[in-house]
Design a protein around this ligand. Structure first.
Ligand SMILES: [Ca+2]
Ligand SMILES: [Ca+2]
Ligand SMILES: [Ca+2]
Length: 222
């Protein structure tokens, strides 16, 4: 499977670059600094894959390492699958997650907003918590295909005794964590299962899962 994906990636990137090169060979009208990658369109994240090809591959045009496994998208044999790197020996249950949802999301006024992943993190302890990291998977309930992502959350913290909500979307709002716009979450219309695994050093990781209806249909009252 990985070999297939890598081959597909290679072929697509190669195809885009060949097309670009053909375009670039047309004479005179091309500016002096015209290059294959420039002709193929922008490469926003500089990973060597044009944005247009990232859409085909299902990778993130704004992130050179879509799945967060440390390998650049171009070199990664499976750019939307990361092994879970989180290791923890502590048995201290220092925080809780709840309210995980992908549908029926509402804004501060209770109005419906586009589906995105969100959940609450509660800190009942006496110390502020930070240095969170998350691993999450998106599973197609029909095909069994799984995507898996890892990332650190350097801007997220929860003060002692407080609860904070984590949002995963591409609204660019303060505190919201960006996600792959070409991931299964947005492009797969089958029913999905999303599982999250949240960790901060020295505490037992917390996990939860939620189902996303086919075609993004809302499952309840908006
Ligand atoms: Ca790119
Ligand atoms: Ca990328
Ligand atoms: Ca990667």
């Amino acid at each position: 499977m990985k070999a297939k994906i890598f081959t597909l990636l290679t072929l697509i990137v190669f195809g885009v670059l060949v097309l670009a090169a053909c375009g670039g060979s047309q004479p005179a009208a091309q500016p002096a600094n015209s290059s294959a990658s420039a002709s193929a369109g922008p490469d926003t994240d500089g990973d060597g894959i044009p944005d247009s090809a990232e859409a085909v591959l299902g990778t993130d045009p704004n992130n050179a390492d879509t799945d967060g496994d440390g390998q650049n998208d171009l070199a990664d044999q499976d750019p939307v699958w990361a092994d879970n790197p989180i290791q923890e020996s502590s048995t201290t249950a220092g925080f809780a997650i709840n309210g995980l949802m992908v549908e029926n999301n509402v804004d501060a006024d209770g109005a419906a907003v586009a589906d995105h992943l969100e959940f609450k993190v509660s800190n009942p302890g006496n110390s502020d918590l930070s240095n969170f990291e998350i691993y999450y998977t998106i599973t197609d309930q029909d095909t069994g295909a799984v995507q898996a992502y890892y990332r650190t959350l350097p801007g997220f913290s929860v003060k002692a005794g407080e609860t904070q909500t984590l949002h995963f979307d591409n609204t660019g709002k303060p505190g919201h964590v960006s996600v792959n716009p070409n991931s299964a979450f947005y492009t797969d219309v089958n029913a999905l299962t999303i599982e999250v695994y949240l960790h901060t050093p020295g505490m037992v990781p917390q996990t939860d899962s939620v189902a996303k209806d086919p075609a993004g249909a809302e499952g309840g009252v908006e």
